[in-house]
Design a protein around this ligand. Sequence first.
Ligand SMILES: Cc1cc2nc3c(=O)[nH]c(=O)nc-3n(C[C@H](O)[C@H](O)[C@H](O)COP(=O)(O)OP(=O)(O)OC[C@H]3O[C@@H](n4cnc5c(N)ncnc54)[C@H](O)[C@@H]3O)c2cc1C
Length: 309
Amino acid sequence: MTEKTKQEYQVIIIGGGPAGLTAGLYTSRARLSSLLIERGLVGGQIADAELVENYPGFAQGISGLELGQLMHQQATKYGLNTVIAEVTGIELKGEEKVVKTTKSDFTTKAVIIASGSERRKLGIPGEENLTGRGVSYCATCDAPFFKDKPVAVVGGGNAAITEALYLAKFASRVIVIHRRDQLRASRILEERALAEPKIEFQWNSVVEGIEGEEMVKRLSLHQVTTGKKSTLDVAGVFIAIGLKPNTDFLKGVLPLDEAGYIITNDKMETELPGIFAAGDIRQNSPRQAITAAGDGATAAIFAEKFISQ
Ligand SMILES: Cc1cc2nc3c(=O)[nH]c(=O)nc-3n(C[C@H](O)[C@H](O)[C@H](O)COP(=O)(O)OP(=O)(O)OC[C@H]3O[C@@H](n4cnc5c(N)ncnc54)[C@H](O)[C@@H]3O)c2cc1C
């Protein structure tokens, strides 16, 4: 890890997930002095994926942790600098941008925001220690691991029902656990879910705990209207109760959509000249490693054009 070497860079990238690391690879190869600022583990969310089977080029799949590390090594080889610190704000000083962090302030001409999003957690016993071992936040990523096995989906909005419909292609049963007595998903998704024989609903219910030693075995449930407690045997549980974009440090700097995501055009430009956004942080992102990487490359290419103008 290359710690702070200087205070001024041509490009600063916020976030070391697939979007930020790809942006860093492109800006470094373009010979722009580039700094990537990451507050946690380089690799971003993908580092939590036990096995990534849908990133092209790895026919046997690859662990998410290794994929993130390889991306970082590749970008570092071409000169990307990395600082481990949390970005707390961005200040605009004419054409110059000051990126404020918990370690130091850095100035730059162009900023690529790739700070991603976080899955909202249930915050119940078993959730953290069984993540990646039956507890998942991404059906597109993990559904094939549950072929012919029973799984649960927690949530009742569009994300939860989309996950349930996708899981129904693989799992033997999909039990949607929702704390209300009706879904919040769009009518069309609801109709599809109700027509899918593999999908069942457990209404007015909350999950209180996830049990299992090596892998998820069962859920403990609480029926909120009757107060009845029960258990449900499943091999996996997909938690889809929403996402939280990592944009707290942008309040008052950049307009965000209602849910807190950044709006860009197809060059990854935001409303502010020289500020780009890439990956899961963008409004309507498909939230996949490959799409985040693609956004990062696009943002870097247009950031380079912006700097050279
Ligand atoms: C368990 C799991 C499994 C997954 N499996 C797959 C899969 O198999 N295939 C697939 O395509 N996708 C998968 N995904 C989704 C994929 O990981 C994301 O779509 C992708 O990582 C998004 O990349 P990103 O760079 O936009 O954001 P992120 O990966 O979220 O990276 C953002 C980074 O920014 C950092 N950051 C945030 N705020 C700040 C700040 N203020 N200062 C400094 N740093 C900050 C974060 O720490 C993070 O490292 C999975 C996700 C999870 C959680």
